[in-house]
Write a protein that binds this ligand. Structure first.
Ligand SMILES: Cc1cc2nc3c(=O)[nH]c(=O)nc-3n(C[C@H](O)[C@H](O)[C@H](O)COP(=O)(O)O)c2cc1C
Length: 222
């Protein structure tokens, strides 16, 4: 019999799925339909879906299990508007002065500019932060490991969970994003990672025509 460390438990979560190939293919098909949405309807979102998606994000792996992420769910109109005003200022700076010609050119197909109506029109914004220090139960702080990588994985889980439940998202990254700390009154151990704009798309749903790299372009076998 295998001997486990006494802080280990046995789990039964990995049955041999008889239809594993079909299941993986169905999931791929579902995920391939996710697109970034930049025009949201005012249709409200069931809060439970978002909370479930954030719980899913919270189940992601993380360096030494520090779970160095934080999700600020913003649905209050006045707070969304504050975020929009601050983000648009930053974006204006970006489009007018900071972005290189090359970057602006690469953004052309997406028809984006410094005006971001979705930040106040979408029913929910999920501001994602990574934490360089995390609180213990007793309030003391502990360093985290690979906070950015871990938060990236958690955000992937979040986007997947929201998409799986039929919600549309946009990963929005105004640069810099420290205005989020100000608006949400969060100290510097909260490093803004991204804003996940969440809701239902405005119809008709129009998205930029893009292509995906083929499998052989993104992998090799060794
Ligand atoms: C890290 C990251 C940052 C992004 N930032 C922005 C952004 O600030 N504004 C925006 O309109 N789209 C942003 N996007 C969305 C991308 O443009 C989009 O994912 C890409 O064009 C592929 O399209 P798709 O998401 O519809 O598959 C971002 C995506 C990622 C992953």
């Amino acid at each position: 019999m295998e001997v486990f460390l006494n802080n280990h438990i046995e789990i039964q979560h990995y049955p041999n799925e008889p239809d594993a190939v079909a299941v993986s293919s169905e999931f791929r098909e579902k995920m391939s339909k996710r697109r970034s949405i930049r025009h949201f309807s005012s249709q409200p979102v069931d809060r439970e879906i978002i909370l479930n998606a954030i719980k899913t994000a919270g189940s992601a792996p993380s360096g030494a299990n520090r779970q160095p992420w934080y999700f600020a769910l913003v649905t209050t109109q006045s707070v969304k508007e504050k975020i929009r005003r601050a983000a648009e200022q930053v974006e204006q700076e970006f489009y007018d002065h900071k972005a290189t010609e090359e970057w602006l050119n690469d953004l052309k197909p997406f028809d984006t500019n410094s005006v971001k109506p979705y930040l106040s029109e979408a029913p929910a914004l999920i501001a994602v932060f990574s934490r360089s220090l995390c609180e213990n139960e007793d309030g003391s702080r502990q360093r985290s490991y690979y906070p950015v990588e871990s938060t990236g994985i958690a955000t992937g889980f979040l986007l997947t969970a929201l998409h799986y439940a039929g919600l549309a998202t946009l990963t929005h990254t105004p640069k810099p994003m420290f205005f989020l700390n100000e608006v949400l009154e969060l100290d510097k151990t909260y490093r803004p990672f991204m804003i996940v704009v969440t809701g239902y798309p405005k119809r008709p749903i129009k998205v930029p025509k893009i292509t995906r790299k083929l499998l052989h372009q993104i992998m090799d076998e060794y």
